[in-house]
Design a binder for this molecule. Structure first.
Ligand code: SF4
Length: 346
């Protein structure tokens, strides 16, 4: 039964899969690029980034040699910037320790920055047909339905999901099989309204047999936080004052305008004054509200209140604080919220 399951699923994949740029290659670096980008990001959003990335850094040697500033700039807008930093570091190690070829040994690959079990399995199975299972959100949902597992789709399920995958994983064509499971989750066994009548593995599916495909897995409660923040646009001689975020934490090493969160009980104007004092050691001479920008992250929404600000004295420059002309602004890697502010400003 397991062999036939894998065969049915793989045949469906070979006939119905989407033509995506990274599916036309077995080049490990190209596959690696796509798999890192696809973590937490949709296929449609990734396509232009993937193509631009391979033009900017055509080989792992180009990526390893590149300045991290240029790497983050090429990544700008994809979010989760630690992925880009780890990719850059891992490229350096692949060049230094493995002659520029991603090793096929999963133990060696797991030791590289940015390679967890999922990325190791997906890259090595697709590039080298390594016999490794993978579990992502799509695969977890599909298998939970196939087995009619109760509960939410979280990592608590992965022991059972993994045991099933070990049984059905074929000896050859592992990359296609793994991609088939993910593709089935993306196109047919969708989280809402699964298209069971089009499903190539319907006859193996316990959720379908019990008419529970709409209720498995149990829906998760999403907690979305609302955050209010202020941003100071300080201009001097036609230039804008920008600063680099710390190297650790959210949006690390990206550049932005000064500002920060509005604390409880504070007005936007008060927050602006406090942030200028705390971050830059300057006082506000005048401040006028320009506009608001809204931006959505995975678990929070932020409203950026943007102000034109004059300070006394002018903020000091150093390695992480600079004046930039409007043309230069576009050369700095920045969070998407800041990019939206710049688009409105200039
Ligand atoms: Fe998913 Fe429906 Fe196929 Fe079952 S039959 S795997 S629920 S699409």
């Amino acid at each position: 039964m397991f062999k036939i399951f894998a065969r049915d699923l793989t045949r469906w994949y070979q006939k119905h899969h989407r033509d995506l740029p990274w599916r036309a290659t077995r080049d490990p670096y190209h596959i690696w690029t796509s798999e890192i980008m696809l973590q937490q990001t949709t296929v449609n959003a990734v396509i232009p980034y993937y193509e631009h990335w391979l033009k900017t850094f055509p080989t792992v040697f180009d990526l390893a040699r590149a300045d991290i500033h240029d790497v983050l700039k090429a990544w700008q807008g994809l979010g989760y910037y630690a992925r880009a930093k780890n990719f850059h570091k891992a490229a350096g190690l692949v060049v230094d320790d493995h002659g520029g070829k991603l090793p096929a040994d999963p133990v060696l690959v797991r030791s590289l920055p940015g390679f967890g079990p999922y990325t190791t399995g997906s890259v090595l199975s697709i590039a080298y047909d390594a016999r490794l299972t993978i579990i992502d959100a799509n695969v977890r949902r599909v298998v939970m339905r196939l087995l009619a597992l109760p509960g939410e789709a979280d990592i608590q399920q992965d022991k059972k999901v993994s045991a099933f995958l070990e049984k059905v994983l074929p000896r050859k064509g592992v990359g296609d099989f793994n991609q088939a499971l993910m593709e089935l989750g993306a196109l047919v066994c969708r989280s809402k309204e699964p298209l069971c009548l089009l499903c190539p593995v319907r006859s193996y599916c316990s959720a379908y047999a019990k008419d529970k495909q709409e209720t498995i897995p149990k829906p998760k409660q999403k907690i979305i936080k609302d955050i209010d923040a202020v941003i100071a646009v300080i201009r001097h001689k036609g230039k804008f004052f920008i600063q680099k975020r710390p190297s650790k934490g959210l949006l690390a090493d990206l550049w932005e305008f000064p500002g920060g969160k509005v604390e409880k009980g504070e007005s936007a104007r008060e927050a602006l004054g406090r942030e200028m004092q705390e971050e830059l050691g300057v006082k506000i001479v005048s401040a006028s509200h320009l506009f608001d920008v809204r931006h959505f992250y995975t678990t929070f929404r932020v409203k950026l209140s943007v102000w034109s600000v004059e300070t006394a004295p002018l903020p000091k420059t150093d390695k992480t604080h600079r004046w930039a002309s409007s043309r230069d602004l576009t050369r700095y890697p920045m969070p998407s919220g800041t990019v939206k502010v710049i688009e409105k400003l200039v």
